[in-house]
Structure formats: C-alpha cells, structure tokens
Design a protein around this ligand. Structure first.
Ligand code: GRG
Length: 298
C-alpha cells in the first residue's frame, strides 16, 4: 500500500464506524428506504470528501472526530448524487463502487426515495450537529446548499452534463467543459475544503488558499475520472467504463485526448500544491491527496 492509501484506509475505518451509527432503522414499512440509504452510503466509497474536510479543519486544530458530523453530512449528499446519477433516466448504470447500483439492488422507486432521503437527511444531520456552534452550522448549511444546488452548484452541473452540446467553437466549448465540471464535480470538493476552514474558523486569506487548492484538485479529479473511464480496469474502478465515449460526453479527454488531459491534470496538481505553501500547518496529507487524485486506479 502507498502512504496515502494507508492513511485513507485508517481514516476510513474510523469514519465508517461513525457513519454506521447515523442510520438507526425505523420500525414498519418505512424501514426499507433507510436500509437502502444505508446500502448506498456504506458500499465502499473512497471517502475523499470527508477526508479533505477533516484534514482542512485539522490544519486549524479541529480533531477529526469533531469534524465527523459535517463530514458525514457531506458524504450523505455525495452518495445521493451517485444514486440519482445511476438511475435509468440519467446515466443508467448497473454498477457503482463495485456493487449493484441502488436501483438494481432495490428498485427504481426506492432509489429515487433514497436520493431524496439522503439529500434531506444530510441537511437535517448538519443542522442538528450540536458539537458545532450555531453560527458556524448556519454558515456550513448555506455553503452546502449553494454547492449542491441548481444555481451554479452540482444540480446545475448535472444539467449541463445531460443537455449541453458542443458549439463547434473550441474557445466556447472549453468554457462549457470547465463550467460543467466545476459545478458537477468541483463544487462538492470545494465545499469539503471550505467547510474545513469554516469549522476551524480559519482567517479569510487561508480559507481563500484552501478554496484555490480545492478548485485545482477538483478539475484534476474530473480529468482523472474521465481518463479512468477510457483506460481504467472495470473490476478495480467498480463502475461501467467507456460510457463517456458511447454517450458522447463533453469532457477534456474527449476534446483534447488522453495525453493532453494528463498533462493538464499534472499541471493542476502542481498549482494546487503551490497553494498549500501559504498554509503554515501540517499540509503533508493535502499534498499526498492531490497527487493521489491523478494517480488513483479507482
Ligand atoms: C444527480 C444532481 C445529481 C448530480 C450527479 C455525482 C454526479 C453528479 C455525477 C456522477 C458522475 C461522475 C462520474 C462524476 C464525476 C465525479 C464524481 C462525483 C465521481 C465519483 O466520486 P468518487 O470517485 O466516488 O469520489 P466514491 O464512490 O469513491 O465516493
């Protein structure tokens, strides 16, 4: 195991044990949706967003376990987006995190409810996190709803992903790809880092450098994802590959080819790491995670 996969493994053991406690099963027929929510969250995600949130907060002396409620709320919201993205009306996928997608394991109506349930629960869980001061909680709730929503957030990004068409003009197309990816993938990664800074009550200039770091790794993450779609090993990636090509998705890889996209991803990671120079704390893990994002095989 590389150093970062070992670090992530240790983090995930602790964080997953916490997440397990977040899904008390109700009595009666409504138990089904909570069982399916649990399935969608506890099925082997890499937990990059929770890790980033906890690491960024720890730069300002917030212990991991104090960040866990905010990190859990983010992972719930991220998991909802994957469940809905896999639905037949969207990406129509059978495999997620190496296991049957939620609508395959349960059924389509349940998967829609799972997404609705996780999205709602993410905000409910954060709003009730008593270990976070009320004004910080409110700031996080505002940031999270902005990152996830239809006005420049993830829902807007997914809409572009489904409906944007190439204009044929490379300057315009590059702008559309950048916007699409920043919203669809980048906003939650940015939230992860910014939420860590907010939890740690970081000075604004340091928060700014963490946001700049997150935007660079967000773009690199998406490029790495597109390259995995083309060249990854399906068993390891855990989802159906070559979908971007067959669905004519609007990606950097489709536009510039794998090699140029790889070069761009490397440059972005270097730029992200340069942002960390402005932070005085222990940033080793943020360096490692930035490098891992483009080296990962899943
Ligand atoms: C349904 C509103 C709505 C949005 C969906 C998440 C998403 C937006 C689309 C998924 C398609 C996709 C492959 C996006 C690329 C980036 C991404 C979010 C990848 C999955 O994140 P990982 O690799 O997943 O961190 P794990 O499973 O490790 O948590």
């Amino acid at each position: 195991m590389s150093e970062i996969t070992e670090i992530l493994h240790t983090f995930n053991k602790q964080f997953n044990a916490y997440l397990e406690t977040c899904f008390p099963l109700p009595e009666g027929a409504e138990k089904r949706v909570v069982e399916a929510m649990h399935y969608a969250v506890m099925n082997g995600g890499k937990r990059l967003r929770p890790f980033l949130l906890c690491e960024c907060a720890s730069l300002f002396n917030v212990p991991y376990d104090v960040s866990f409620p905010a990190a859990a709320s983010l992972e719930m919201l991220h998991s909802y987006s994957l469940v809905h993205d896999d639905l037949p009306a969207m990406d129509n996928d059978d495999l997620r995190r190496g296991k049957p997608t939620c609508h395959k394991q349960f059924d389509e109506a349940t998967a829609i409810l799972v997404g609705d349930g996780l999205l709602t629960y993410a905000f409910d869980f954060l709003a009730k996190a008593q270990n976070i001061r009320p004004e910080i909680r409110l700031a996080l709730l505002q940031l999270l709803s902005d990152a996830a929503g239809a006005f420049g957030g993830m829902v807007a990004g997914q809409t572009l992903d489904l409906y944007a068409t190439p204009s044929g003009n490379s300057v315009d197309d590059e702008k559309i790809i950048a916007r699409l990816e920043e919203m669809k993938t980048g906003r939650l990664l940015r939230y992860a880092c910014e939420a860590g800074a907010v939890l740690g009550q970081a000075p604004l200039d340091l928060r700014y450098h963490l946001v700049a770091y997150s935007r660079k790794i967000g773009q690199a993450f998406q490029i790495a994802d597109d390259i995995l779609d083309r060249k990854g090993n399906q068993e390891i990636v855990g989802k159906t590959l070559h979908k971007d090509e067959s669905q004519h998705k609007f990606t950097y890889v489709a536009y510039y080819g794998v090699e140029s996209a790889q070069m761009l991803a490397h440059k972005l990671v270097q730029e992200a790491e340069a942002e960390l120079d402005f932070l005085a704390g222990k940033t080793e893990n943020l360096h490692l995670i930035a490098q891992y994002i483009i080296k990962r095989n899943r």
